[in-house]
Design a protein around this ligand. Structure first.
Ligand code: NAD
Ligand code: LMR
Length: 336
């Protein structure tokens, strides 16, 4: 099971927006895809994050308007606008954290993997510039298919000789947020105090909620688990279908992205905290990238907290699918 201490720490602070006292550094966060459905509300939340000193907004369109709008908010972060490839270098230079929601979203009937052809090239090209302009930044990838876009980013960073597995993350926080919302709703818990780790990847059966490790400790019947698990796994599709062609989750994703970026910045500032994230990991045999709770600190991932839960069967079932997604990302960059 996960160490009780890490879950207690996650319960205490790790999964929500928190401030840190007594820190003097001035973190810069760059948001790539800032004008989009996720980008705009995520920019709004990052502008209000007391830990962010500089918010650099990058997109291929509409960035000046979004930046002008956000810059009128009376919070601390300075806002800058960067539009088009020629301005990407300036957007990411000296960034401590780079959050990437750039790319196309799903429509009803599509899988996340159907986005690969468009989004793989977008992520590859963005990370190519990051490798040169901000090789030490912590990179948080939201763009789908996350299971493959993270290996794509890793291969680009490796090609440039700057890959550090502690600094690259696929954002799976929305799976955690949803699990906590659904469990709290079902059990009548306070949603803000409910913690549910989610491991695996970020698509269908690769999303594995560890309901048995819910905090505060919660009993589920077999029937409840059999209903909740697929609801969590298919929650993205639930939103895609409800939006009926107008895109996928944006508002809940913005909240999840802001929470994860805040956790990364807190880690940089020395406030170690535990989050679930999709990273290069040796937590599970036979798969190179896997989301588990990880301890975040000044260099990104400080420690990977393993899983040996009764959900092992679900994990085993996800490995073949995850390996396909990972190999596809790697082959895309290596040109095989
Ligand atoms: P959107 O179409 O509303 O916005 C995407 C933005 O990316 C647009 O502003 C577009 O101009 C910009 N963009 C496109 N190409 C770019 C490039 N080369 N450089 C910079 N910006 C570029 O889409 P959205 O709803 O914001 O979703 C974005 C991505 O996030 C999708 O791939 C979606 O599947 C993914 N997503 C992931 C999660 C998750 O949990 N990880 C959750 C929701 C959505
Ligand atoms: C989600 O989980 O909401 C995102 O990955 C978007 C999607 O396509 O479902």
């Amino acid at each position: 099971a996960l160490p009780a201490k890490s879950l207690a720490s996650a319960a205490a602070n790790g999964l929500r927006l928190v401030s840190v006292r007594n820190s003097s550094s001035q973190p810069k966060v760059a948001l790539l895809g800032a004008s989009g459905g996720i980008g705009q509300p995520l920019g709004l939340l990052l502008k209000q994050d007391p830990l962010v000193a500089h918010l650099a907004l990058y997109d291929v369109v509409n960035t000046p308007g979004v930046a002008a709008d956000l810059s009128h908010i009376d919070s601390k972060a300075k806002v800058t606008a960067h539009t088009g490839a020629a301005e990407l270098h300036a957007a990411v230079k000296d960034a401590d954290v780079i959050v990437i929601p750039a790319g196309v979203p799903r429509k009803p009937g599509m899988t996340r993997d159907d986005l690969f052809n468009t989004n793989a090239g977008i992520v590859r090209d963005l990370v190519e510039t990051i490798a040169k302009a901000a090789p030490k930044a912590l990179i948080a990838i939201i763009t789908n298919p996350v299971n493959s876009t993270v290996p794509i980013a890793a291969e680009v960073l490796k090609k440039n000789g700057v890959y550090d597995k502690r600094r690259l993350f696929g954002v799976t926080t929305l799976d955690v947020v949803r699990s906590q919302a659904f469990v709290a709703e079902l059990k009548g818990h306070d949603a803000t105090k409910t913690v549910v780790p989610v491991v695996g990847g970020h698509a269908g059966i690769t999303i594995i909620p560890l309901l048995s490790q819910t905090k505060p400790s919660t009993k589920f019947s077999d029937e409840e688990i059999a209903k909740l698990t697929p609801r969590i796994q298919d929650a993205g599709t639930e939103v895609v279908n409800a939006k009926a062609g107008a895109g996928s989750a944006t508002l809940s994703m913005a909240l999840a992205g802001a929470r994860f970026a805040n956790a990364l910045v807190r880690g940089i500032k020395g406030d170690k905290n535990v989050q679930c994230a999709y990273v290069e990991s040796d937590a599970v045999k036979g798969v190179q990238y896997f989301s588990t709770p990880v301890e975040l600190g000044p260099n990104g991932v400080e420690k990977i907290l393993g899983v040996t839960s009764y959900e092992q069967k679900l994990i085993d079932a996800s490995v073949a699918e995850l390996n396909k997604n990972i190999e596809k990302g790697v082959a895309f960059v290596k040109g095989k």
